[in-house]
Structures are given as C-alpha cells and as structure tokens.
Design a protein around this ligand. Structure first.
Ligand SMILES: [Zn+2]
Ligand SMILES: [Zn+2]
Length: 93
C-alpha cells in the first residue's frame, strides 16, 4: 500500500511540474503553435512535443508546443520541427 501511495505521489508531482512547464512554454510562445503559428484555442488544442523525441527530457529547450495537426504531421510524415524563436514577428511568411 505504501509503495502504491508513493507512486501516486510521484505521478502527481510530475504532472504538476508538467502543468507548470506547459504554461511557461505557452507563455514564451505567445500561445501560438511552434510550426503554423496558429493561436491555440479550444478548437486548436496544444500538445507538447519533445524535440529530441526523449519524453523524459523535460528541459525547456527540448519542449515545443504544437497544435495537434502539426504534431501529428511531424510524427506521421516526418515533417521537420524547428525550435520556436521569439523573433517570430520579424520573420515573413
Ligand atoms: Zn500548428
Ligand atoms: Zn511529439
């Protein structure tokens, strides 16, 4: 029972950390998808992508918020994903 409780506690802590990280990432990306730059919304949910495909590497530099379409496109069709750059407003489409 004690082990079970500890696992649950560990899971909750990891989850809370992830929520916090998610928020930080969304703020730094101005709530936009790192690929198509669409604003996230209820209709365009965000997903956190691990740039090096290592799901246990939660370093901020390894995480990128993508919309579900871009995320799926990357994993299904190997469309390349680049890290989000903050000077995105200066780049032309
Ligand atoms: Zn997108
Ligand atoms: Zn991913």
């Amino acid at each position: 029972m004690l082990i079970k409780f500890n696992v649950l506690l560990l899971f909750n802590t990891a989850f809370a950390l992830q929520q916090n990280l998610r928020n930080q990432i969304l703020i730094s990306q101005k709530n936009k998808c790192g690929m198509c730059k669409k604003n996230f919304s209820k209709l365009i949910p965000h997903e956190i992508h691990h740039l090096n495909h290592n799901a246990s590497d939660n370093n901020k530099n390894n995480l990128l918020a993508l919309c579900c379409n871009c995320h799926a496109a990357h994993h299904r069709y190997n469309i390349s994903v680049k890290p989000y750059f903050t000077d995105i407003n200066n780049s032309h489409p």
